[in-house]
Design a protein around this ligand. Structure first.
Ligand code: ADP
Ligand code: MG
Ligand code: ZN
Length: 513
């Protein structure tokens, strides 16, 4: 294939149409969807099975009430209408990982219909879209419609041995583990309203935040308890009909979702501009090859022979039940962002960064109660920049570090009254994260407190300027970059123990005298 164009170039002529299908296992429930078997992950194969989840003839399913509550929570939290009259259907399915030979799922009407999520696409993501008004901080807001969220059950797991990469081709033996069969699963389907890979990624991230807040799933993309399929097509600007879509199956990370869709858009554009046609295919994104590979071509719509399950009575949810679930709704991410902006006077981008990770906002709130309003910006910076970078680097979470909220409160206080400059603040924070050191003791032992005696620095700066008259003249003639040279000398002389900000201020003042 010819070299492919980059997104901004493509989006001058084409519009991408993207829709997601997102599966979430309700991992926090104790039992499966239609039987009393325990939900497990990583246990001895086939130790959590019974006649119902093995599909034995005559075994009768009983719906898990807690699972219905979970999906209603998900629907309310994503602005869906709750459908009171629904029923379960049987969807024809033949593969050894589901011994019933059908999947129990919902038909045309799901428990949750017609919802939406509001997204904020950050500055970086905004580069992928040029036809939209940006906020002051370079981000933009958009709303994505949700078609439905329905309830279904997961299949078991196949393990293929003897082939390459555990795939079935070339395998000598195949094993099946039914522990996962019958795990309650909710599937959310968006309207085809996403327009860029960045929007698709932001939707998944937002949905994950919402589900985690609700506590209905551990949402681990690594373990597969949260996974999605990405559907994408292209059309010319102004065209109202959709183009033919391809579907990327079983995407297991935000990055793969973004990169897979980006590749598909580039590939489809190259094919279309070359006069070719897009086939309705299911494709697989291979991050190592950096391309998508065809899995199968869909020539006709699949006919799953869906029909109402005669073993399961139709549902008629009462207002009382729905209101009872509504009363359990926790504070949702958008509400928390609003509260952080109004109560703590944070910028909305800071509030969003904190709320993006439950651990961040929890730590922030614990510390904020012991600090002044004027110190909260510093607190938020340390969390979303320094602590976030540390845990990303160590591939861990805050609870795996030695940091306690009290440590952070002390550090913020010392940084706010300028006892610690930005370098020393980082040093202390790292020592606390790694070893849980006593803050006051560490500052003392390492001699990190900056001298409050500014007269010494003052004298040094004045001398520095006296010894370098040519550089001072050049600075005054417009070579303002020379401030870097003077700063370097000051930092060297003081071995980094002065606050760079105040040193810079002082030098600028002296140079402009
Ligand atoms: P299928 O029957 O192939 O599963 P659906 O109509 O159920 O297709 O839609 C699946 C997902 O694909 C939805 O999220 C929907 O918004 C999206 N979608 C549908 N048509 C298109 C299209 N032409 N381009 C991109 N996405 C689409
Ligand atoms: Mg579909
Ligand atoms: Zn069972």
């Amino acid at each position: 294939m010819k070299t492919m164009k980059e997104l901004p170039e493509i989006f001058k002529d084409w519009e991408a149409v993207i829709g997601l299908e997102v599966h979430a296992e309700l991992t926090t429930l104790n039992t499966k969807m239609f039987c009393g078997c325990a939900q497990s992950f990583g246990d001895e194969p086939n130790t959590h099975t019974c006649p119902v989840c093995l599909g034995m003839p005559g075994a009768l399913p009983v719906p898990n009430k807690a699972a219905i509550e979970s999906i209603i929570l998900a629907g309310l939290a994503t602005n869906c209408d709750i459908e009171k009259e629904t029923m379960f259907y049987r969807k024809g399915y033949f593969y050894p990982d589901m011994s019933k030979n059908f999947q129990t799922t919902q038909g045309p009407k799901a428990f949750c219909m017609r919802g939406h999520l509001n997204l904020n696409i950050d500055k970086l993501g905004a580069k992928e879209r040029t036809d939209i008004d940006l906020n002051e901080d370079g981000s933009y807001d958009t709303r994505i419609g949700i078609e439905r969220i329905h309830m279904e059950e997961d299949a078991g797991k196949m393990i293929h041995v003897g082939g390459s990469e555990g795939r079935i081709s070339g395998a000598k033996n195949s094993f099946v583990d039914y522990n996962r069969a019958g795990t309650p699963l909710i599937e959310l389907v968006t309207l085809p309203e996403l327009r860029t890979p960045a929007e698709a990624r932001a939707f998944m991230q937002k949905l994950r935040q919402v589900y985690l807040t609700l506590g209905i799933s551990d949402c681990s993309m690594e373990k597969g308890s949260l996974r999605c399929d990405g559907n994408v097509s292209l059309r010319r600007h102004g065209e109202t009909k959709f183009g033919t879509k391809t579907e990327l199956k079983n995407i297991n990370s935000f990055k793969n979702l973004h990169d897979g869709l980006e590749y598909e858009i580039k590939r489809q554009c190259a094919v279309l501009e070359d006069g070719g046609t897009i086939l309705q295919e299911t494709r697989h994104w291979s991050p190592s090859d950096k391309k998508t590979i065809v899995m199968r071509v869909k020539e006709t719509a699949d006919d799953y022979r869906m029909f109402p399950d005669p073993d399961l009575a139709p549902f008629s949810l009462t207002d009382e039940f729905i209101d009872g679930v509504r009363a359990k709704l926790p504070e949702l991410p958008d509400e928390k962002i609003e509260r952080f902006v109004s109560d703590f006077e944070l910028d909305s981008s800071d509030a969003r960064a904190l709320v993006a990770d439950f651990e961040f906002s929890e730590l922030f709130e614990k510390c904020a109660s012991e600090l002044d309003k004027s110190q909260l910006k510093k607190l938020s910076n340390l969390i979303v920049n320094n602590i976030a970078a540390h845990i990303k680097d160590k591939k861990c979470s805050i609870k795996d570090t030695k940091l306690e909220p009290q440590h952070l409160v002390e550090i913020v206080k010392l940084a706010s009254d300028k006892t610690l400059n930005s370098n020393s603040t980082k040093k202390v924070l790292e020592a606390v994260l790694d070893k849980g050191v006593d803050v006051a003791e560490f500052v003392d032992n390492q001699n990190l407190a900056q001298s409050t005696d500014s007269s010494e620095i003052d004298a040094f700066c004045k001398q520095l300027l006296q010894y370098n008259p040519d550089k001072v003249a050049a600075y005054k003639n417009g070579k303002t970059g020379l401030i870097g040279f003077f700063m370097g000398q000051v930092m060297k002389h003081t071995q980094g123990s002065v606050d760079p900000e105040s040193a810079n201020e002082l030098l600028t003042k002296l140079l402009n005298e």
